[in-house]
Ligand binder design. Sequence first.
Ligand code: BLA
Length: 322
Amino acid sequence: MESSNAMSSLSSLPKPIFLTTNCRQRTTRNFKPLMHLSYQKFINFAVDETKRRTQLAPSPLQHKYNSLIAMDEKTEIQMLSFQAPKIRLLRSLSVQNNEMTQVLDFGVFPTLEFDLPIFCANFFSSPNISIIVLDLNPLQDVINQTDYKDKYYKNIMHLGVKHSELLPWGGKLTSESLMLFSPIVIWSKFSPTDQKYDALYSAFVDYYMTWLDLMDEVADNNDPSQIIINREAQHRYLTWRSEKDPGHALMRKLVGEDRAKDLIRNFLFNGLDELGNRTFLDYFPDYRCDDGSVNNKRSMIGKSFESRPWNESGEFIGNNFE
Ligand code: BLA
């Protein structure tokens, strides 16, 4: 229900007129202030805090991916990317349309020596609805692999309990997404209000500080077999999200098919070409059509989990995929 509302507010976007990758080219344009909700504060906090904790350097991607004006001429897309000794890629993409849409896709991918979770903040807001995913996405299966789950999540379960009070479970979602979520995931949908915005910022700060603490604490693991495991886990994650992420339809509407494909593959989920060569169907064979192509449904199982499928101690309690 909500998803069709979210998408219908986008259907008025007109056809392509203007597109640039250089932010300086648009400085003479007169952009009105955005609706008061903005995710810029989140990005500033994360970048400043990361700089305080590690040597953050611009990523080679920054040169090509920095700023775009969408085809409607009024939606701005800003991109930032960095790297650091323990960070393969920190990247942020934000979409700001002063009339209706604010989006943040902020992710941090560890270097391959570390099996650290992936920091994931994906927020979509229109005037009627905000759709939120905030998590430290696990690199390993946290439903069956308790050693990995205990290593990273046992001591931080309180975060999920605390922040899901004001940002409660958003109801049924694409069931396959659960394989990428941790027991502390915040998945929520609500009407945007100042109170929710503040709650989200507070959760973002807590989750991000926690990720940075994990980064500080994690020890190098130069065991080649562990690095291979970490590489494949990141590659599988990137493969899933680059093919099935729910934001793709909006990206295509904003910047067109080719540009969206490039942003998704080479910026948002960078590493697809470098970290492995298995295909989507190698990892997710259930999506194979009879003719060998990838089923374009987002979910083969459908939507599940009306309520939070993790209990407060991090046990998975959502056995019913219905
Ligand atoms: C909807 N985004 C959603 C939903 C989820 C996510 C769970 C609800 C629909 C569903 O059940 O799939 C987010 N899903 C995730 C994330 C992971 C996942 C982060 O598996 C990763 C592990 N959202 C964005 C961006 C855009 C965006 C960048 O993060 C747009 C550029 C838009 N998300 C967006 C829109 C919807 C949505 C428009 C509603 C449309 C829909 O449900 O299809």
